[in-house]
Design a protein around this ligand. Structure first.
Ligand SMILES: N[C@@H](CCC[C@H](N)C(=O)O)C(=O)O
Length: 281
């Protein structure tokens, strides 16, 4: 049996998107890992499974390459919304995730704006393991210290640094992601202030490692910078794969605007992915 997929990208953050809206699908963690594996499978930063939703246009499940499920993926949300807008000839789509409903709309030059929902900053919501001020998380690794905690549907720790290009992501990322302070692990952003309207960000994603871009990470970075008084409530965030515009609204919602692309369509041969269980409904 063959399972059709589409390869999509948001600023180089790449996704294998499987449409299970008319054909419910159940994959084991081993199968998700295999599909995401760049050497043995198709390869992607996240595996996205589209399902039917009762209250929205689509339900989007997000899986990291280690098989873990995530509550948010900003870049994939733009891709999925863009695809459904084209499919249905509309300019607004509501995407449901395990964290809630996300409203999206078409923006200028083919970009998509996503309302990523509320930025949560209480220590219980990040979550972190002990009561603390999330504007100054009690965490340090060498010269990296004093990050800001933000949850935008998934957990983030944002470290402000003088120069992002010298950060050894491979070394610092895994240790910080799995610090005992983070009971659900965390996405780790390293952010340099370029101007009060422009941030430069590099990322170590929970369950995925180094990626070219992380939409939820860009949202968390702007919220962290604004909370620290380094920027206003709107800024461009420059990632390795491109630039996103992020705005933190007075109602606490975070808007993310940026591009998306489809690169190719293919089929996963189920026999190539051992023990893949496709459940047809
Ligand atoms: N690439 C994403 C975030 C994907 C999920 C993340 N790794 C997590 O585990 O929370 C984005 O664009 O936001």
């Amino acid at each position: 049996m063959r399972l059709p997929f589409t390869k999509m990208h948001g600023l180089g953050n790449d996704f294998v998107v499987i449409d299970a809206r008319s054909r419910p699908l159940s994959l084991s963690d081993a199968q998700k890992r295999r599909i995401a594996d760049r050497r043995r499978g198709i390869g992607c930063d996240q595996l996205i499974v589209l399902e039917r939703s009762r209250g929205a246009d689509v339900f989007m499940r997000i899986f990291n390459p280690d098989g873990s499920e995530a509550g948010a993926c900003g870049n994939a949300t733009r891709c999925v919304a863009g695809r459904l807008m084209a499919e249905n000839g509309v300019e607004r789509i509501v995407v449901e995730t395990i964290s809630g409903l996300l409203e999206t709309r078409a923006a200028d030059r083919g970009d998509i704006t996503v309302d990523m929902g509320e930025a949560r900053t209480d220590w219980r919501d990040i979550p972190v393991a002990q009561e603390c001020d999330t504007l100054h998380l009690p965490l340090a690794l060498g010269s990296l210290a004093d990050p800001v905690g933000v949850n935008v549907g998934n957990p983030h720790a944002v470290f402000f640094v003088p120069d992002v290009t010298v950060i050894d992501l491979e070394k610092a990322g895994p240790e910080l992601e799995r610090a005992p302070l983070f009971p659900q692990r965390a996405n780790i952003e390293f952010v340099q202030l370029l101007t009060p309207g422009r941030l430069r960000m590099r990322v170590w994603e929970r369950g995925a490692g180094i990626t070219q871009a992380c939409g939820s990470g860009a949202c968390a970075s702007l919220v962290a910078a604004a909370r620290r008084g380094m920027t206003g409530r709107k800024a461009e965030v420059v990632l390795d794969g491109g630039t996103l515009t992020i705005e933190w609204l007075p109602n606490n919602h975070v808007l993310m605007t940026g591009g998306w692309t489809t690169s190719f369509q293919g089929e996963i041969e189920l026999a190539d992915v051992p023990a893949l269980e496709a459940v047809h409904g």
